[in-house]
Write a protein that binds this ligand. Structure first.
Ligand SMILES: Cc1cc2nc3c(=O)[nH]c(=O)nc-3n(C[C@H](O)[C@H](O)[C@H](O)COP(=O)(O)O)c2cc1C
Length: 203
């Protein structure tokens, strides 16, 4: 797929068909992730790949709890901005968008504790997001779709414990990969024209 087509087709998906994916495709996608820029030159990333229903259910019980306790009535019968509409749409799907797709990739980066004193201290996390973006674009390039969940607070440790990840590793997110339902609702997005976002010379 042409680069601009990949960029313009990229979106987050949360509903899936039953179609499975060949593991060779997942390996190709992860290889694109491995090509991401790396702050420490080591490309020190690992990837847990979940495929069976049991593996996904075991990992994401906390997301199930979050999705089930979400109170949609707070978002009904009032005017919502685009971000609130997206939130109200996405929250009830935080579990199913991970367990109903054939694969979930959990990227892992080496880090004992995050330090946000300066942006440069966050390089381990930042570089893991470079990996994640590469993976998301590779998924689109394969004609597939992805869902993305960032673990909420203690959910991070709960999931890593369930996956038997050794101490000293963290994850930025969980990436579901599958064939998106073609009729999934597409929510309106803010304009991406950059004219009002560019400052020449100084702000
Ligand atoms: C840092 C980051 C965190 C996100 N966290 C979640 C999440 O936890 N759950 C979810 O459903 N989507 C999540 N998203 C996806 C956003 O909701 C989505 O990218 C945004 O609404 C724009 O829609 P689009 O990706 O379809 O263009 C996240 C995206 C980013 C970049």
């Amino acid at each position: 797929m042409d680069f601009n087509e990949v960029i313009s087709k990229r979106k987050t998906s949360r509903e899936w068909t039953d179609k499975d994916i060949d593991f060779a495709v997942i390996k190709r996608i992860i290889e694109v992730g491995m090509k991401a820029p790396s702050w420490d030159h080591y490309r020190n990333w690992q990837f847990i790949v979940l495929h069976t229903k049991e593996e996904k259910e075991n990992a994401f019980s906390y997301a199930k709890f979050i999705a089930e306790k979400f109170d949609i009535t707070k978002y009904q019968n009032r005017k919502l901005n685009l971000a609130q509409k997206m939130y109200a749409y996405a929250m009830p799907k935080q579990y199913t968008m991970l367990v109903d797709c054939p694969y979930v990739i959990v990227p892992l980066f080496k880090c004992n504790k995050l330090n946000a004193e300066w942006v440069s201290k966050l390089n381990p996390l930042t570089t893991a997001w470079c990996v994640t973006e590469n993976i998301m674009l590779a998924v689109i390039n394969e004609g597939l779709g992805y869902s993305l969940r960032i673990p909420l607070n203690k959910e991070h440790n709960i999931v890593l414990d369930r996956l038997c990840v050794p101490a000293g590793w963290m994850t930025p997110c969980f990436i579901g990969v599958g064939y998106p339902k073609e009729d999934e609702l597409i929510l309106e997005q803010y304009d991406t024209k950059p004219d009002n976002n560019i400052h020449l010379g100084v702000w």
